[in-house]
Design a protein around this ligand. Structure first.
Ligand code: GDP
Length: 426
């Protein structure tokens, strides 16, 4: 009865969709456990490229049941739009299961996300403005509306009236925006309720039954470890818990159910939005990494910040997630360079830090301590067997494995499934 957790070890966009694709043949359920429609996975199946936001990537595989767990925040309008797009591409979405305990992203959450970001000015967090942060804030404040509230419109309206009084006061008095009408929101949501009805399920019960039946459940993280609300680079983080512990909370499972925690780790680092990034590069190196790696956001189209592999972050991710292995992605992108850099520690005020510094100010000002490694300068995207990689590429993987707190079990050299090399003995 194994559950597998798949989690990004950096700031998201590590290529989790690709890792899911590889494992999808062996799993029966793929569960999203946190985040909302702010996530962006690219899954390529049989030449069909799917850009997924809220829907679990399991949707692409007929034998897999995709599940939106309790810990996700669901924007019904965004979800229905995504389901319509997938249906138009010929996918059968009827197997999707959505937890009634998941919280709803409401229209006032989207509006508040936009205006508060503007209000923060230069201090802005760089959110995707889809209302995810405000929805999680209301969940913690216990004034959130949940998916199940859609099926008792009297309760829905009661809760909405209470919360809207405060939201409208904030919107109009603090941000000078138009108040929202409860009646309009109720009418809109009654329509969503009917369309979503076939998907609503007791997902916790479903997953436990599945595990007892010896089915394999994969818990699919969105964003990444350094964006975790508790363990990331706060406040430049997401408003939920992508780490492995969050997977258990968000899906309703316990530690005993999990036997693999796979960290998806890019062979360099990218980051979207604001916040510290010790190994960030600019100029020509950045342009080459961005171009070769197509580093533009799936959800926002924003150009990502880029930098060299940072082993301090990866070791930290191995610890806080309890990783059993790494899935290393985008090795092919590094074929561009004569010399590769790997950050093995940080330096601050004359001291070296091999582990993630306990104080944020140190992380902000940390200077990377780099090792240099020779590049391989040859296209590796056609290599289909790990031992056929150039010696420099294998040496690079060996070295970052030593630094990364868990074995590197897979090495990915391109977006398609065939471009994945499994290493022996890991
Ligand atoms: P996710 O959010 O972690 O799933 O990451 P994204 O989907 O935003 O980014 C991954 C992108 O990189 C997608 O376009 C993938 O097709 C692509 N990709 C994944 N693995 C590799 C790889 O090994 N090499 C190359 N060149 N592209 C990859």
């Amino acid at each position: 009865m194994p559950a597998i957790i798949l989690v990004g070890t950096q700031w998201g966009d590590e290529g989790k969709g690709k890792a899911t694709d590889l494992l999808a043949d062996d799993v029966d359920y793929v569960v999203r456990y946190q985040g909302g429609s702010n996530a962006g996975h690219t899954v390529i199946v049989d030449d069909l490229e799917l850009k997924l936001h809220l829907v679990p990537s399991g949707i692409a595989y007929p034998a897999v049941t995709p599940v939106i767990g309790d810990g996700v925040v669901v924007d019904p309008a965004a979800l229905l739009e995504e389901l319509d797009e997938l249906t138009a591409k010929g996918l059968d979405v009827s197997q999707l299961k959505i937890s009634g305990n998941a919280h709803l992203v409401m229209p006032y959450h989207r509006e508040l996300d936009k205006v508060t970001e503007r209000y923060l000015g230069k201090q802005k967090l760089g959110t995707t403005k889809r209302g995810i942060g405000p929805a999680y804030a209301d969940k913690a404040a216990r004034v959130g509306l949940r998916v199940q509230d859609l099926y008792d419109m009297k309760i829905f309206r009661q809760k909405l009236d209470v919360v809207l009084r405060e939201k409208n006061a904030t919107l109009s008095r603090v941000y000078n925006r138009m108040p929202m009408q409860a009646g309009d929101i109720e009418t809109e949501h009654a329509v969503y309720a009917e369309r979503l009805r076939p998907y609503i399920t007791d997902t916790v019960g479903l997953l436990h039954d599945a595990l007892e039946d010896d089915r394999t459940v994969m818990l699919e993280g969105a964003q990444g470890t350094l964006l975790d609300l508790d363990h990331g680079t706060y406040p430049f983080v997401t408003s939920s818990n992508p780490v492995a512990g969050g997977a258990l909370t968000g899906a309703g499972l316990g530690p005993k159910h999990v036997d693999r925690v796979i960290g998806v780790t890019k062979a360099y680092v990218t980051r979207v939005g604001s916040g510290p990034f010790p190994t960030e590069v600019s100029g020509e190196v950045a342009d080459r990494l961005t171009a070769a790696g197509h580093e533009f956001g799936t959800t926002t189209g924003r150009q990502r910040r880029v930098g060299w592999f940072d082993a301090v972050l990866i070791r930290y991710a191995a610890r806080v997630n309890g990783l059993t292995e790494h899935f290393l992605t985008k090795m092919d992108v590094l074929s561009e360079f004569d010399t590769l850099r790997v950050c093995r520690a940080y330096r601050y005020a004359g001291e070296e830090y091999e582990h993630f510094p306990p104080h944020q100010s140190i992380f902000h000002r940390a200077e990377p301590v780099y090792e240099e490694h020779p590049g391989w300068r040859t296209d590796i995207s056609d290599v289909r067997d790990y031992r056929s990689l150039p010696a420099e590429a294998q040496a690079f993987v060996d070295r970052i494995e030593e630094l990364s707190g868990a074995p590197i079990r897979y090495v990915s050299v391109g977006p398609s499934r065939a471009q994945t090399l499994e290493r022996d003995g890991r």
